[in-house]
Design a protein around this ligand. Structure first.
Ligand code: 0RA
Length: 674
């Protein structure tokens, strides 16, 4: 059979590949040749995806009801080990193949599912490509399985078995375990350093979504030793409370709804939903299908929203809390301050959308709608106090919406947002094709002026921002739209706001935040990121948001000028300048590190740029804006629920959690993942 012939076996036959072998060679080679097709990319995100892929296999085992504990270790040498107490990968010889099932699972693309028609394996999206992909992208990988009283072992190099599966010892009676250790391939991943916190966030999320599983992570690397364990008996109810940790709740305890129904093929779809209302205005709904965050939503989200609007409206009318002739409550009104987690399990999910994170299965809408409708209906009857508070909150949202709709100036603003006219402060670019255009959001009018003069006006647009923009974390949309700076940003980008945001209308493919390298600059950057995260999240998700990296130091020596982006680089340049001197047999000079602007005797000046405004247009262009030489950092969202929680901690009302967060994360100040 073509699909199960291994590469190593094909090689052993004197290099004579049969026609059957070719298809397989393609399968295995394809992963190494085009890793991005299988794991998204080969950056830090792709690297961590390797761990998620192995853990997902263990989670599949848990969903099948056999695994309770999953342990991840970042080893001293930088490799990663994943251990689970599931059934263990089968190790028997498959007659057709004349080799162990274990070898097949580890070396054949998508082989896992062939042995076990596990209901909730993921068939689309980024996850679920199979552990063989991790094997193919690893310099080496070792697997150890305990089951049937034996310990079986096999090692691979870049996906090829080093030798056949060997029994290396006895397993205790009844003990079952799968242990996989892998070292990512350095020829594929430039940076192989795993981040404890990144993996921990995913394990925490999985623990919330799978309350029966306990997940542990340990970092064994020198000077980074730490461990964390996640097990939440409250499941997604605890997840909602975790997300809203710093936002006071309007109701006593999150609503919880659970149910299941058959899809059109008679297979079970399981639904779990939990939500509560906080005293703020944004809607934070996190939806998952088979443990994958569906950023783009889909039919499950539509079903949830429909049920929420209908059930709450019905309750309001029936109990005379809403007067039908006075005001109509819309879906938006019922979603103000809503924090929700929707987790569903679908046997054959169809993923659609730009990032393949939108659920397409049409039958799911009515299943979710009916589960939520029923359970929420019961909950409202049993919790009249909470029910009243929710309806009253929604009424206030409706009144605010109505008031701002009536306000005449909103119409004007709306027109402006629809692209009626571009902001006067915007220096637009001349090219029209968004794909080639960039928008620089620049802190301060003086830096804005330099940027306007220094830019390449064909494709670079500049929008200077005056001081601090409004903190959107604490205001309703209509208040936000009253803020001129923010309105300018929305208008310049041209793609609308919130639910109406349409990525097809973006006027620039890169939105670059350029702020000073000081405390105020980083505050403004955080305010801008909060704005994007809350009202144009897709802009970040689609990779359009960047942070400019202006240099911190300028080193001048005679006519030569050097720029350094941090202390380390500054010192390197100084060292180089010194050694250049030596090799040229010139008289040795000491180049001192000097305070800004002071000219030392040897004629070298090191100045520290305090703000962007200190650079002249040419300097700004050559160091920070010229695409040939600049560095810009792309802003990504590693974990949506954690990002949401982080923004609410950073920008919300409570001081103590913010202080704790800043203390804990002080060492990551240059890490821009949100
Ligand atoms: C195929 C079949 C069975 C289990 C597994 C794969 C399995 C794979 C992984 C990967 C990590 N941990 C795992 N645990 C199990 C079912 C075996 C049976 O029927 O006993």
């Amino acid at each position: 059979m073509a699909e199960v012939t291994s590469k190593s076996k094909a090689k052993k036959s004197n290099g004579d590949y049969t026609a059957d072998d070719i298809t397989v060679l393609k399968g295995l080679e394809a992963v190494r040749r085009r890793p991005a097709m299988y794991i998204g990319d080969v950056s830090a995100r792709g690297l961590h995806h390797l761990v998620y892929e192995v853990v997902d296999n263990s989670i599949d085992e848990a969903l099948a009801g056999y695994c309770k504990n999953i342990e991840v270790k970042i080893n001293k040498d930088g490799s990663v080990t994943v251990i689970d107490d599931g059934r263990g990968i089968p190790t028997g010889i498959i007659a057709d193949e004349k080799r162990s099932a274990l070898e097949v699972v580890m070396t054949v693309l998508h082989a896992g599912g062939k042995f076990d028609k596990n209901t909730y394996k993921v068939s689309g999206g980024l996850h679920g490509v199979g552990v063989s992909v991790v094997n193919a992208l690893s310099e080496w990988l070792e697997v150890e399985v305990r089951r049937d009283g034996k310990i079986s072992f096999q090692k691979y190099k870049r996906g090829d078995p080093v030798e056949t599966v060997k029994v290396i010892g006895k397993a205790e009676k009844g003990q079952t375990e799968t242990k996989i250790t892998f070292m990512p391939d350095g020829t594929i991943f430039k940076n192989r350093a795993f981040k404890f916190e990144t993996i921990a966030e995913r394990l925490r999320e999985l623990a919330f979504l799978n309350k029966e599983v306990s997940l542990e992570i340990t970092d064994l690397r020198a000077n980074q030793e730490q461990t964390d364990r996640f097990h939440f008996v409250g499941g997604i109810v605890e997840f909602v409370q975790y997300i809203d940790a710093t936002r006071p709740s309007v109701i006593k305890k999150p609503v919880y709804a659970k149910g299941a129904d058959k899809d059109e093929n008679g297979r079970m779809v399981e639904v779990e939903v939990s939500f509560q209302y906080n005293d703020q205005y944004s809607e934070n709904v996190f939806s998952y299908v088979n443990n994958i965050n569906t950023h783009e939503g889909g039919t499950h989200l539509v079903g949830f929203r429909t049920a929420l609007t209908r059930t709450l409206n019905n309750y309001g009318y029936k109990n005379n809390l809403v007067k039908e002739d006075k005001i109509t409550l819309t879906g938006d009104d019922f979603r103000e301050g809503l924090t929700a987690v929707i987790s569903i399990k679908v046997p054959e999910p169809q993923f659609e959308g730009q990032t393949k994170t939108k659920l397409g299965n049409s039958e799911v809408k009515s299943i979710v709608e009916s589960v939520v409708g029923q359970e929420l209906g019961n909950w409202l009857e049993q919790n009249p106090g909470d029910a009243k508070r929710i309806i009253e909150k929604s009424l206030r949202a409706a009144e605010a919406r109505e008031a701002s709709r009536k306000a005449r100036d909103l119409t004007r603003r709306k027109n402006a947002l629809d692209g009626g006219g571009l902001p006067g402060k915007l220096a637009d670019c001349s090219i029209n094709d968004p794909e080639h255009c960039e928008l620089y959001l620049v802190e301060g009018d003086s830096a804005g002026g330099s940027a306007k003069q220094g830019r390449d006006r064909r494709f670079q647009a500049i929008l200077p921002l005056k001081g601090k923009i409004l903190n959107v974390e604490k205001a309703r949309l209509h208040k936000i739209l009253e803020n001129e700076e923010i309105r300018n940003i929305f208008t310049a980008i041209g793609a609308g706001v919130g639910d109406d945001f349409d990525p097809a209308k973006i006027r620039y493919s890169k939105i670059i935040l350029m702020c000073d390298a000081d405390v105020d600059g980083s505050h403004i950057r955080t305010l801008l990121l909060t704005l994007f995260f809350r009202y144009m999240k897709q802009l970040i998700e689609l990779g359009h948001v960047y942070i400019a990296q202006p240099p911190l130091y300028k080193i001048k020596k005679g006519k030569q000028e050097f720029y350094a982006f941090d202390e380390e680089e500054r010192d390197e340049i100084l060292k180089r300048l010194k050694s250049e001197k030596k090799s040229a047999h010139e008289e040795e000079e000491v180049i001192e590190i000097v305070e800004e602007g002071v000219v030392p005797k040897n004629g070298s000046v090191i100045s520290r740029f305090k703000g962007l405004g200190e650079m002249n247009p040419e300097q700004l262009w050559s160091t920070t804006m010229n695409p040939e030489t600049r560095t810009i950092l792309q802003v990504t969202i590693e974990n949506a629920a954690d990002a949401d929680r982080t923004f609410s901690i950073l920008m919300g009302d409570e001081v103590e959690p913010r202080r704790a967060f800043i203390e804990k994360n002080a060492k990551y100040v240059r890490n821009l993942d949100v």
